[in-house]
Write a protein that binds this ligand. Structure first.
Ligand code: DGJ
Length: 733
């Protein structure tokens, strides 16, 4: 049992293998947070620090007099969940307006329930379990007597992972409407703020760069107001103790299983105590709860690691690849090596060109051909036809089915690109249903990449997407779908939603999208779905519930990719990271790098090619053929096992990533260089997490290495040229 309750003292102690999370009922009915961190045995004396003398101007709550102070305030005490309207004046986790105009919420504890396993959240993505013994769920019931608002806090505590998932359900048991203005999924009060904050910032083509900053009284906040989780910030943040590094020290990681507007941050209060929060962005959010209605906040996942950032990432990787990803591809490390024509042809292709590419791709060992944007309507540029999902007559004379058959006849599987959530102003769909695009009557409609966003709050739009996707996917042997999404939400509004509910539209959009994706996944369980959003925007935990893998970035340059893949790996496992080799000079950044380095970097994710293979020289084709054979021989190591970030690319040296297979018998060590040093010599790079008593043979050679030596002295790396890379494979003897 991972949840212990001291009935007499009303203390809840949630325990994972290495962490404890403790809170209690105080006074008559409040909940105070006592501890989150490395596992402890007993809660005794955790409250010593709550005896406060001299709270200055802080408001005092009489209920806490028994703590031995005249000056105990909500504003000082660590809360389990904060409300607007109490003397706790830090950022509230919950803020609502009631029918009489009051914004005060003051719920009291009513009881609890513990159940084995973990509930799925209706209409929302969430981590799941496969049997009851994996975790227990604690529900805490709170009720505001004045308004009839009931809040249920859910904590699912894993027995064999350092994971606690959280969410909050609001239910209106009163007689009046309740307008929820903010409802965080997670809030944790720490007793100090002696942390560094780690988050992932980015933009198109430079997604998820790691930034580590000291936490200060100014606090910190990552967010999206763009209608999707977007490139700018990922719905993730970590608090690391100052001494924590990749493999040592205490780190708390928080990841939001949601793909829309979010906020996550830390407020450091006047007593230097950190409050962490994560939830739907309260900016432009209001959810009306009529009597009898409920609202479920999306899930937040908290991971504790006493083994640094690497330990945190490996916990996220294992959890997300086995208990968030679903379906037949979940455990399949042998996914097809694909080629995608986008970078090779853009919109300018013919069927003949595609077949020429496919023939050569087949010859070098590619398994799946993916036809990207431009195959439908009259789309020859990014300015028309989204919504008209029927074959472009000139480009595909025999339709999608005809091309798919010809590709199959060459011995390749066939995959297809869609951007289902969008509509072009120049499209039959828009001409027939102008009201189906998100808009506000009487206001202009901004275009992004010459397109509008469909109003997924509308059931008829959801049904339309399911219908055209179903028709297309049934019309041809399509085994893979790339689901793209290339703009943000503007002029957010929907005529299908009443005026008082307009601030629900962004969240209703996400609920509509999740419903569409759920229906399509159920209908096409054998199709491999890859998500994409202008490269790697919206690559979040919510999307991984529906997409087997995700296009990590349009940037495929080997140097830029090291930063992108390093940041992505903070939370996402390699098996989900679409990662392709493209040509040189790189189309976006003009850098020239060795093909082998581009290959090794792409092999640290779901491997493929993104180029016009008909333009490759015979030498390049031979090298590509060798890369594919090599990748197939090592993908089990990369995707089944554990990843260690041995060296960051932030410096003149490049990244070094180590992957240890699930059975511990094989190790892949990818080492990159950024800028060569003059007068260089072989430098030693210490590997990690090997068996010090084992001997490891370098695959393809007779060289045998002592495990302890590889870890404590290191592997000698021969000097490399600019932007080069190597991959070493070791097998335990
Ligand atoms: C953006 C994606 O990131 C690219 O890979 C490509 O699919 C284009 N969209 C097509 O428009």
């Amino acid at each position: 049992m991972s949840i212990k309750v001291n009935e007499q003292e009303k203390v809840f102690h949630l325990q994972t293998p290495d962490s404890s999370y403790i809170f209690r009922v105080y006074g008559k009915s409040r909940l105070l947070h006592l501890y989150y961190g490395k596992k402890i045995n007993d809660h005794a004396h955790l409250e010593d620090s709550l005896r406060w003398f001299g709270a200055g101007g802080a408001s005092i709550d009489a209920e806490f007099a028994h703590l031995g102070s005249k000056s105990v305030s909500f504003d000082i005490l660590p809360q389990e969940y904060g409300f607007f309207g109490s003397p706790d004046l830090r950022k509230p986790a919950f803020h609502a307006q009631y029918a009489d105009g009051s914004r005060i919420t003051c719920p009291v504890y009513e009881g609890y329930r513990i159940t084995p396993s973990k509930p799925r959240l209706e209409g929302l993505p969430s981590v799941y379990t496969e049997n009851d013994s994996e975790c227990d769920t604690l529900e805490i019931f709170m009720k505001d007597e004045v308004t009839g608002l009931r809040l249920t806090y859910l904590y699912s505590v894993f027995n064999d992972r350092d994971v606690i998932t959280r969410t909050v359900i609001a239910h209106n048991e009163g007689k009046q409407n309740i307008d929820i203005k903010a409802i965080m999924s997670l809030m944790i009060d720490f007793k100090d703020d002696d942390f560094d904050l780690i988050h992932l910032e980015g933009n198109w083509a430079r997604e998820r760069h790691v930034e580590r900053v000291p936490l200060s009284r100014m606090g910190a906040n990552v967010y999206s107001r763009r209608g999707l989780s977007a490139h700018d910030h990922s719905p993730f943040l970590a608090l690391a103790r100052k001494n924590a590094d990749e493999e040592h020290g205490d780190v708390y990681g928080f990841s939001f299983v949601y793909s829309g507007n979010f906020e996550a941050g830390v407020e450091s209060d006047r007593y230097n105590q950190a409050r962490v929060y994560m939830g739907i962005n309260s900016f432009d959010f209001n959810w009306r709860l009529e009597p009898g209605q409920s609202f479920t906040a999306p899930e937040a996942v908290a991971v504790f690691s006493s083994k640094g950032l690497g330990g945190m990432s490996r916990t996220f990787h294992k959890l997300y690849k086995s208990r968030l990803c679903r379906g037949k591809f979940r455990d399949k490390v042998e996914r097809p090596v694909l080629i995608n024509n986008w970078e090779g042809t853009r919109f300018a292709f013919t069927e003949e060109k595609i077949l020429d590419m496919a023939k050569i791709a087949k010859r070098v060992g590619v398994e799946l051909f993916v036809l990207d944007d431009g195959w439908f309507g009259k789309r020859d540029e990014a300015d028309s036809s989204l919504g008209d999902w029927y074959p472009h007559k000139e480009k595909l004379p025999d339709g999608v089915a005809g091309l798919a058959k010809k590709i199959n006849d060459l011995g390749l599987d066939f995959g297809l690109w869609f951007e289902p959530e969008m509509v072009s102003p120049d499209s039959d769909l828009y001409r027939a249903h102008p009201d189906w695009a998100l808009h506000v009557e009487g206001r202009g409609m901004s275009q992004g990449r010459n397109q509008y966003v469909l109003d997924l709050t509308r059931k008829e739009v959801q049904d339309y997407i399911v219908k055209f996707m179903t028709e297309n996917l049934e019309s041809a042997p399509i085994v893979y779908v790339k689901w793209d999404y290339n703009r943000h939400l503007t002029e957010v509004g929907s005529a299908s939603v009443p005026p008082e509910r307009q601030a629900e539209v962004s969240h209703r959009y996400m609920l509509g999208l999740y419903s569409v994706l759920e229906r399509l996944r159920a209908r096409f369980p054998d199709i491999l779905f890859e998500g994409c959003s202008g490269g790697g925007g919206r690559f979040d935990a919510g999307m991984l519930y529906y997409f087997d893998q995700y296009w990590t970035s349009d940037m495929t340059d080997v140097v830029e990719r090291q930063f992108i893949q390093e940041g992505t790996s903070m939370v996402m496992p390699a098996i989900t990271m679409g990662s392709h080799v493209s040509i040189c000079p790189n189309v976006h950044i003009k850098r020239v790098s060795p093909l082998r380095a581009r290959g090794y970097c792409a092999m640290c994710g779901q491997f493929g090619y993104e180029l016009d293979i008909t333009k490759c020289s015979e030498e390049e084709l031979d090298e590509i053929a060798e890369q594919i054979v090599f990748y197939k021989s090592i993908r089990e190591i990369i995707h089944s096992g554990e990843m260690y970030r041995v060296r960051s690319p932030k410096g003149r040296d490049g990244a070094a990533w180590e992957y240890i297979s699930e059975n511990g018998k094989s190790v892949a060590f990818a080492v990159f260089n950024i800028l060569a040093y003059p007068s260089n010599y072989p430098r030693r790079l210490r590997m990690t997490a090997l068996d010090p008593d084992a001997r490891y043979r370098l695959r393809g050679t007779d060289e045998v290495y002592d495990g302890a030596m590889l870890m404590y002295s290191g592997l000698a790396i021969q000097p490399m040229d600019d932007f080069d890379g190597q991959m070493f494979i070791f097998d335990k003897e």
